[in-house]
Ligand binder design. Structure first.
Ligand code: GLV
Ligand code: MN
Ligand code: MN
Length: 408
């Protein structure tokens, strides 16, 4: 199994890599995405799996008839800007290698199996994360998804159409969701919990509630050399105070808040900006704390905007509620994975996942692979090959058990 994992990993590794940074730029429907999707389709077909996109552009590779009560595994292949190699691909390569292992064992599954590749999990291009799984389960309306735009103003509908898919068909797909008996996602851990406990793999207990808020600070463009300080309406100033407020409010609530993306107009060295658009990413262990953080940051942003004669408009772009994975399935998976690895810890995560979205509709679980530094969403994201193999072996064991064994 480790040989096929390594082979698949080596094939996928160069696709969409930005050489100067060493990070990945795999954005939904873009050229790198087309490459990785076609790589997946070929790899799945080589294993005798039937590959089809669903009406939302997620890929499904079926082993056996796409029937009911299917065991489904998979993850995503898109990335954040200059993302790491493992976030998403580990779960897709692991799933393909796990199927190899089941086929090598001569498995005769009683249930169908599918490997999925979800589109726009990171929301890096169109702003809403887990867009493919949200559409599939009805967590976002097709109208809203179709109208989402990328940085160039291209809509999701048009981008999908350019990729050869029919945007008029997007939306909830109960006929597909109803076929999922269980979904299991293998993923790199995006923190250091497993490194601290010394465990190669873990099982997810929960996904923190989280969301994205866009803040538009509108001021007045003017000359940087001649406009007296007291005459300015400089949106950069409340923006800067908001960045600091995000940090201090989050710290005060034992939560997390980040402003990692901002756009300045017109972005000239010797010009006071007319507008700063920024995105707040906030996460907390519970809904009330998340709400308090967002309200605290917004209050600080409004106060500072008022002081500087700047107009602030804030919008929620996405929000994902707390997910607590089903305890029975979680414990069953931990027990199966534990047969090879000894006791497997369960841990919550602040990262979002398609599994978190699917959990509202079907029994869902996640397996995590140790990340020695915890770095993620960055080129230094890493997992040791031996740990990737351990995660893949655990996934194969879990799938084998869930699939059951038919008569020979
Ligand atoms: C996705 O990985 C997220 O947590 O933003
Ligand atoms: Mn991911
Ligand atoms: Mn991610």
């Amino acid at each position: 199994m480790s040989a096929t994992f390594d082979e698949l990993w080596a094939e996928l590794a160069p696709l969409g890599r930005h050489r100067p940074t060493g990070g990945y730029r795999r954005f939904s429907w873009g050229p790198a995405d087309v490459e990785v999707r076609s790589w997946f389709a070929q790899a799945a077909a080589a294993r005798g799996l039937e590959v089809q996109p669903d009406r939302n552009g997620n890929l499904w590779a079926w082993w056996g008839d796409p029937g009911p009560d299917a065991v489904v595994t998979g993850s995503h292949l898109d990335s954040v800007p200059d993302g790491g190699a493992f976030d998403g691909p580990l779960g897709v390569v692991g799933a393909l290698a796990a199927v190899d292992e089941l086929q090598r064992r001569g498995a005769r599954p009683l249930r169908p199996l599918a490997i999925t590749v979800f589109v726009e999990e990171e929301g890096a291009r169109f702003g809403v994360p887990c867009l493919g799984s949200r559409l599939l389960t009805g967590a976002i309306t097709p109208e809203r998804a179709a109208a989402l735009t990328d940085a160039d103003g291209l809509t999701w509908a048009r981008a999908m159409e350019k990729a050869g898919l029919d945007p008029d068909r997007i939306g909830p797909a109960p006929e597909l969701v109803d076929r999922i008996g269980v979904f299991v996602e293998l993923h790199i851990e995006q923190g250091r919990a497993l490194a601290r406990t010394g465990d190669p793999i873990g099982v997810a207990s929960a996904v923190w509630p989280h969301g994205r808020w866009r803040m538009d600070f509108s001021g007045r463009a003017d000359h940087a050399g001649t406009t007296l300080l007291g005459d300015r309406h400089d949106p950069m100033l409340p923006f800067a105070e908001t960045v600091l407020a995000a940090r201090s409010v989050a710290a005060a609530h034992d939560a997390i808040a980040t402003i990692g993306k901002a756009q300045v107009q017109p972005n000239g060295t010797n010009a006071i900006p007319s507008k700063v658009r920024a995105w707040l990413d906030a996460r907390a262990p519970d809904e009330a704390t998340l709400q308090a953080v967002v309200e605290g940051v917004d209050a600080a942003a409004q106060r500072s905007s008022g002081e500087h004669g700047v107009f602030l408009a804030s919008y929620q772009e996405s929000r994902t509620p707390l997910v607590e994975f089903e305890n029975g399935l979680r414990d069953r998976i931990a027990a199966i994975a534990g047969d090879r690895n000894g006791p497997v810890p369960t841990l919550p995560t602040g990262a979002g996942h398609d599994a978190g979205v699917l959990a509202s509709a079907v029994p869902t679980a996640m397996l995590f692979v140790r990340n020695p530094t915890g770095v993620s969403h960055a080129p230094d994201e890493y997992a040791e090959p031996a740990d990737c193999h351990a995660g893949t072996a655990a996934l194969a064991d879990v799938l084998a058990e869930l699939l059951g064994e038919g008569p020979g």
